[in-house]
Design a protein around this ligand. Sequence first.
Ligand SMILES: NC(=O)c1ccc[n+]([C@@H]2O[C@H](COP(=O)([O-])OP(=O)(O)OC[C@H]3O[C@@H](n4cnc5c(N)ncnc54)[C@H](O)[C@@H]3O)[C@@H](O)[C@H]2O)c1
Ligand SMILES: O=P(O)(O)OC[C@H](O)CO
Length: 324
Amino acid sequence: MYSDGVAVIGAGAFGTALAIAQAAKQQNVILWGRDPDTMGTINALRENNARLPGLRLPGNITVTANMASLHGQMTVLLSVPTQSLRGFLQEHAQWLASHMLVVCCKGVERGTGLLPEEIVKSVLPQAVTAVLTGPSFADDIGRGKPTALTLATDVPSGGELQETLSTPTLRLYLSDDPRGAQLGGALKNVVALAAGMVIGADLGESARAALMTRGFAEIVRLAQVQGAHPETLWGLSGFGDLILTCSSEKSRNFSYGVQFAQGHHMIDGVTVEGVMTAHAICEQNLDIDLPVIYMVSRLLKGEVSVPQAMETLLQRPLKSERLL
Ligand SMILES: NC(=O)c1ccc[n+]([C@@H]2O[C@H](COP(=O)([O-])OP(=O)(O)OC[C@H]3O[C@@H](n4cnc5c(N)ncnc54)[C@H](O)[C@@H]3O)[C@@H](O)[C@H]2O)c1
Ligand SMILES: O=P(O)(O)OC[C@H](O)CO
């Protein structure tokens, strides 16, 4: 099953990196992007110089804007931003039915509160799905630097998929908790925005460590209430990705947080998933104590400044350090 090769949907930074990584193992990999001109340029240069400059696409990657290139029963890695996933699926449903769909985006959909795999199931109820997530920068994956990720799925053939997608430098750990894995990947971006704001406002490394730790407590709390296994969040998809994203300026979420605190609020064609995810969580009006996540949404809406937000968080009643 699903032995007709690997296709990557979305020719952004991550999709391109995943295609390059898979090309080290698979005979032929398809990289699909929606814009024929862009894909023509990527093919001519054998490089995605707009999204992942400096990395050469091996010859066994077929670069295309034609969904008809997908064939048989493939493993399809979905790497479009979360807020675009539904639109992509609706437009191209006819080409996707026979394949294993592996969700690689991180976020919560605004308006529905759905996680990416749930978006897939809501558009394609019969779809066979999995989730690939964890600490990984596109550039590291594309350069073949050692990376470990979580592959989370309910399907019995998860072990086969793990074998298919693991490479000598990309080590996949199998999980049976797609919900927990996705919540970790989505929510760490919100905490990374907060961590960036702390650094951008020069509030100190100690404050960042406090926010990361208390932010992690919120992630575990929310995940448990929403039916995930708390231990999933202690793994690569939760704790692991939180460390990476909150501590590196290579992270777009962290970097945007830094810029935001310094008064630069424009997002120019860059995918910063944590922004919509913060709002998507808030608009669900959950009865869960999530002070950091809610504060990030208020900050992004301009309702409070970073110093006001920090003061408000510090002035809350003292409490015990329970994680849950
Ligand atoms: N970049 C990374 O290091 C990294 C690592 C892990 C996970 N991710 C996740 O991967 C997802 C994609 O991120 P990215 O870094 O590739 O972003 P990106 O901004 O580099 O690229 C996004 C791509 O999606 C395409 N796209 C947008 N809407 C589309 C639609 N409706 N149909 C088809 N294509 C569409 C855009 O044209 C663009 O090529 C995000 O959820 C991100 O969190 C990224
Ligand atoms: O650049 P970011 O902030 O979207 O982070 C990329 C990955 O999610 C890190 O694991």
